[in-house]
Design a protein around this ligand. Structure first.
Ligand SMILES: Nc1ncnc2c1ncn2[C@@H]1O[C@H](COP(=O)(O)OP(=O)(O)OP(=O)(O)O)[C@@H](O)[C@H]1O
Ligand SMILES: [Mg+2]
Length: 335
């Protein structure tokens, strides 16, 4: 059995070696060790130091906090391939551009969870199952990370595709394990590409499999502890079972940008960039972006800046280059 001194030695070693992953793991172990040896105050202090420092680290919105060796419990080893990542998010509300009503619903949802204790005391139910849908590149995954960031919770990204194509009959068991693990660790469960569920029909020879899996999820949803959050995202909402859809407390659609939102996005990117641009020409290009997603617009603009610089060795946005990139993105869309 390791003593506190052993942990201190390991922490010093990994800290000096800048091995963030092992350092975090050892700190986690020390917290557990302290709890077991009745040093609860120390454990809680360490836990909050860890949380604060993770929050303060400047990373590009997301940080992977655990690697595969996280799954040290024997019965969780087979979950390795089903949980893509455990991450902490630094995204906040200001990162998303969306309709006012979606914004309002999202901020209400966040408030509800921040004040969960009071709502519980009033014996009112708390919404904890949310589904984002809408076209690709309009912020579904982003919205999930924003919720995690705003609520300061870790997020488990579940690889539903892998679960669904896993061994016949194992799907329900694996989903149940993930729910339990997330509830135990107070993490958000995030099912990206939730429509993969509909694909069980194709993968499985056993037609009862789809029914069983959907039933398992329905049950897990029905008995979900109120402080466990489930977020799902899909761009094919019609692939989802009606009974499953009904279980969500909130279903929000993230749509393609309006011209105003396109302008907001473009201006935000340009203002944060190192590039000069002609305001009037940029405004003219906004209508060319009609039909493109937030992601596509962001991509064309990023590439245009890169090309402008590489072609001209100058930090002025070449709007002709950008215009042609927008056109080819639109052509790809029509195909
Ligand atoms: N509504 C938005 N506001 C601001 N930026 C956005 C928005 N939507 C998308 N983006 C940008 O595009 C990136 C990709 O978006 P995201 O992954 O959230 O799309 P998605 O809806 O999940 O798409 P898919 O269905 O393909 O998974 C985001 O990380 C962000 O940089
Ligand atoms: Mg996505």
């Amino acid at each position: 059995m390791l003593t506190q001194f052993d942990f201190v030695k390991e922490i010093a070693k990994y800290g000096l070696e800048n091995d963030q992953e092992k350092l975090l793991k050892t700190l986690g172990e020390l917290i557990e060790h302290s709890k077991k040896t009745k040093k609860i105050n120390f454990a809680l202090q360490l836990q909050s130091i860890l949380k604060e420092s993770l929050k303060e680290q400047k990373f590009s919105g997301l940080m992977k906090v655990e690697s595969n060796n996280y799954f040290d419990r024997e019965d969780e080893k087979d979950l390795k391939e089903f949980i893509l990542e455990k991450i902490t998010s630094d995204y906040s509300f200001q990162n998303i551009i969306c309709n006012e009503d979606v914004k309002e619903e999202l901020s209400f949802f966040i408030k509800e969870h921040k004040l969960a204790d009071i709502i519980r005391q009033l014996e009112l139910p708390i919404s904890n199952k949310i589904l984002f849908h809408g076209p690709s590149g309009c912020g579904k995954t982003l919205a999930a990370y924003i919720l995690a960031g705003e609520l300061d919770k870790m997020i488990y990204v579940v690889n539903l595709g892998a679960i669904v194509s896993s061994k016949l009959g194992e799907t329900s068991k694996n989903i149940t394990k993930i729910f339990k693990k997330a509830a135990r660790e107070d993490c958000i469960i995030f099912f990206d590409e939730f429509d993969s569920l509909g694909k069980i029909r194709d993968y499985s020879q056993d037609h009862g499999e789809m029914k069983r899996v959907v039933n398992t999820i329905l049950q897990l949803f029905d008995y979900l502890p109120q402080d466990t959050l489930v977020i799902a995202a899909t761009n094919q909402i019609n692939m989802l079972d009606e009974a499953l859809l009904r279980r969500f407390d909130l279903i929000l659609k993230l749509e393609l940008p309006t011209p105003q939102q396109t302008e907001e996005l473009i201006m935000k990117i340009l203002k944060q960039s190192h590039f000069y641009y002609a305001d009037t020409i940029v405004k003219e290009l906004i209508q060319d972006c009609d039909g493109l997603s937030f992601y596509s617009i962001q991509k064309t603009l990023g590439n245009a800046m890169k090309k402008s610089f590489l072609n001209n060795q100058d930090k002025t946005l070449d709007t002709d280059v950008w215009k042609s990139l927008i056109s080819s993105e639109r052509r790809a869309l029509i195909k």
